[in-house]
Design a protein around this ligand. Structure first.
Ligand SMILES: [Fe+2]
Length: 309
């Protein structure tokens, strides 16, 4: 083997990724593989740890606790209560859970770190643009007794293209299609109202057993967390709500959702006036799904196998 050939070969740490690259190993030259390293506020992106990647890949969901300060939480909760109780007092473009103090959650450094790993398409990612899309956002406010058990999704193995509820992986690399990112702004106690999951169902080969229709099935797992924690889950993972059981605090979670740069599942648009006020990098989350030659703002010259610059 010549020295040149040896040099271009990836290390055995690199996953094999099929791409528009003549069947070559999917490792890209550094300048074409620029995952975004800072968020719109200039904060360095926080990559997932090896353990966090492993947990998300094997379970289909991941909890990262305690990321927000008390001051931020107070301001965010107040904004949420305004959305719930007195929405009309906010200007129309602020009547959404991606506005005001909640805006910075959409590209929080830990969220970008997660999406860089499990969603971003490196060839359409840069320091100016995120390589993934934002899909939807809603505030799922609950007092004691609100919320109903209703399992859905699961059996995500080898779903066909066109279905955004997919999870794919090869040794060394996971790809999560439609992905939910939940910010819990109040504490959650285990099995007292947080989202329920069937671990591993995002890539289950066998049918989900009927026994999971019982909320007390031991197959259901969940989390507990302090206020200011973030929960990631693949929408291919079987999941369910359950009634909120805590009477001393309400559930105040922001349900944001992301997708790959070329896919769109929900028809949801943020207020244009809000987008106009966002820094361009954050605004890039809200681009239309990528389509060559018909996209909004995206440069296409960093696609695989295209000349750079
Ligand atoms: Fe759901």
């Amino acid at each position: 083997m010549s020295e040149k050939t040896q040099k271009s070969e990836p290390s055995n740490q690199d996953p094999f990724i099929f791409d528009n690259n003549w069947g070559n190993w999917g490792k890209l030259p550094q300048d074409a593989n620029q995952l975004t390293t800072t968020n719109a506020d200039g904060e360095p992106v926080v990559p997932l740890t090896e353990e966090q990647k492993f947990v998300f890949d094997t379970q289909g969901w991941l909890m990262i606790p305690d990321l927000l300060s008390e001051d931020d939480l107070k301001e965010m909760r107040e904004f949420c209560y305004q959305l719930v109780n007195d929405k009309g007092s906010l200007p129309p473009h602020q009547q959404t859970p991606i506005a005001g103090p909640l805006e910075k959650l959409v590209d929080h450094p830990v969220v970008v770190g997660f999406c860089n790993e499990f969603l971003a398409y490196p060839a359409l990612s840069s320091e100016e643009y995120y390589g993934f899309r934002f899909e939807t956002s809603f505030l799922l406010y609950r007092q004691k007794g609100m919320g109903k058990f209703g399992p859905h999704n699961g059996n995500g193995l080898w779903r066909l293209p066109g279905n955004s509820h997919i999870y794919r992986n090869v040794p060394g690399k996971g790809y999560s299609g439609l992905t939910r990112v939940v910010w819990e702004l109040n504490p959650v106690k285990k099995f007292e109202g947080g989202t329920l999951f069937i671990n591993g169902s995002h890539k289950a080969a066998y049918k989900i057993p009927e026994s999971i229709r019982d909320i007390n099935s031991s197959l259901w797992d969940s989390y507990e967390c302090p206020a200011g924690s973030v929960l990631f889950f693949s929408e291919a993972t079987t999941h369910s709500a359950q009634p909120w059981q805590n009477e001393s605090v309400d559930r105040v979670p922001i349900f944001n959702q992301y997708n790959s740069i070329g896919s769109r599942f929900h028809w949801w648009e943020p207020p244009k006036e809000l987008l106009d006020q966002m820094p361009p990098k954050r605004r890039s989350l809200f681009r239309q799904a990528y389509s060559e030659g018909a996209n909004t703002d995206l440069e296409i010259h960093n696609l695989f196998q295209r000349p750079i610059g």
